[in-house]
Structure formats: structure tokens, C-alpha cells
Write a protein of this length. Structure first.
Length: 248
């Protein structure tokens, strides 16, 4: 019943039947791990409202730097809570709009069988392990936290290769530049073969990914509608398909 009620409320907010409303583009800065889910959610949002999200994907830190330098993003989908809060604290986002849209899961992945596992990580019998830049990408910071939790960071430090973001990190693994690496579950949920270890939640701080309305989108009804759509049962179902836990 709650899904039906939420859907009806969302329809009212978005004005789904209001063909007189002018469709506009909504520039959205999106953490790279959320690429596939965002694209699917964006298509659904456009179909239901006519408004078209224009996504720019990258590392959370790099995206926020662009926002501080005047990039016209109206919505910011961070890969963490800290950067979203910072955007509000520094008046680059609208107070009261921050919420957790998804909770990410960290996975150790390899294209080869019997490589990505806790035992394999501890053994360290590989040449290179990839992770995202921990200073710019929350998934990279979580990966470093895991290595510290398992007391293997010192031993593996010389083998670490860093991607600028989680998407580039996956490319390192996919192209064989690293035998294994830490990525988001959303990136490998549809990938067959290889090996993977879903990292236990107790080894790293939960990756709560927060959204905010930026200062550039403060007066945009379409941008606010997109944020509302992220809370809808339809969007949540997409996120769950890609391995995210519900945020709100």
C-alpha cells in the first residue's frame, strides 16, 4: 500500500499529467559508481516528466571542485555524506535538501576465477590491486579502510594502482592492468564469470550516498522533481537491481 501512496504523491509532485509545463534539461553531477543506475533512472524520469537529466560522472571530490568553480550542476549525487554536507555548509547547496538516496556495497573483483577473496587478499600473490583515489572517491577510502581492518595495507601498498574514480578502477581490472581491485557492487552485478568477494559491512564505514540540490538549482522545479523521483518506488527498485540498499 505504501508504494501506491508514494506513487500517487510523487505523481502530484511531478505533475505527470501536466503537458503544459515546459520540459527542461537538468544538469546532474553523479558519482561514478552510480553510472548505470543513474542512466536507467534518468530515462524513467524523462519518460514520466519530459525533463531530461544531463549526467556528468566522476569522482565525488572532483565533481564538487567543479561545483565550487561555478559548474552549472543543479543536482549533486555524491558518493558519500561528507561532501554533500560540505556543499551545504559552504553554501554551494540548498539547506534542507540533503538525503541518502542509496547505500553502496564494496566488492573485491577479478576477471579470473579463484582470485578475489579474503584469503587471496591476505596471501597477496598478485602483482597489482586497483582501487579508486581515496582522497577523491569514497569507494577508494572504503577500500583503504578494509585493507587497514585486515592488517594488510603495509604489505600491499607497493601493489596498489589508483584510478581517478571507481569507473577507471574497474577499467584497470577489465583490461588486465590489475589482477583484482575494489569496485562498487553496481559495477559487477551484471558481470558473469571471474571471482568476487562482497566485503563484509563491518570492515568499512557504510557508504551512504547523499544527494543535494545545488545553489544553481535552487529555483528549478525540474531539479527538485528529480530529487523527489529518486525517493520513488520506481527509482528505488532500479537501485536495488544494481545492488544498492535503500537510503531513506
Amino acid at each position: 500500500m505504501w508504494r501506491a501512496i508514494a506513487g500517487a504523491a510523487l505523481a502530484a509532485v511531478l505533475g505527470l499529467g501536466a503537458t503544459s509545463a515546459r520540459a527542461v534539461d537538468v544538469p546532474v553531477a553523479v558519482a561514478a559508481n552510480f553510472t548505470d543506475a543513474a542512466n536507467e533512472i534518468g530515462r524513467a524520469f524523462e519518460q514520466r516528466t519530459g525533463h531530461k537529466p544531463l549526467f556528468s560522472f566522476g569522482a565525488t571530490g572532483a565533481l564538487y571542485t567543479q561545483i565550487t568553480q561555478g559548474a552549472p550542476f543543479q543536482v549533486f549525487l555524491s558518493a558519500d555524506q561528507v561532501t554533500a554536507k560540505r556543499a551545504i555548509d559552504e553554501r554551494n547547496a540548498v539547506a534542507g535538501t540533503q538525503f541518502t538516496y542509496a547505500v553502496g556495497r564494496l566488492v573485491l573483483f577479478s576477471k579470473a576465477a579463484n582470485v578475489a577473496s579474503e584469503a587471496g587478499l591476505r596471501a597477496g600473490t598478485f602483482q597489482k590491486i586497483a582501487l579508486a583515489n581515496p582522497t577523491a572517491a569514497p569507494y577508494g577510502a572504503a577500500a583503504m579502510e578494509v585493507l587497514r581492518s585486515l592488517n594488510v595495507l603495509a604489505a600491499l601498498q607497493p601493489k596498489i594502482v589508483q584510478g581517478d574514480n571507481i569507473a577507471q578502477t574497474y577499467q584497470f581490472i577489465d583490461t588486465g592492468n590489475a589482477e583484482l581491485g575494489f569496485v562498487g557492487m553496481s559495477q559487477v552485478v551484471a558481470v558473469s564469470g571471474g571471482s568476487r568477494w562482497v566485503v563484509p559491512d563491518n570492515l568499512y564505514t557504510p557508504i551512504r550516498q547523499d544527494a543535494v540540490l545545488t545553489r544553481a538549482g535552487a529555483n528549478s522545479t525540474a531539479a527538485r522533481a528529480f530529487l523527489d523521483f529518486l525517493k520513488s518506488p520506481e527509482a528505488i527498485a532500479v537501485m536495488e537491481k544494481y545492488g544498492y540498499a535503500k537510503g531513506m
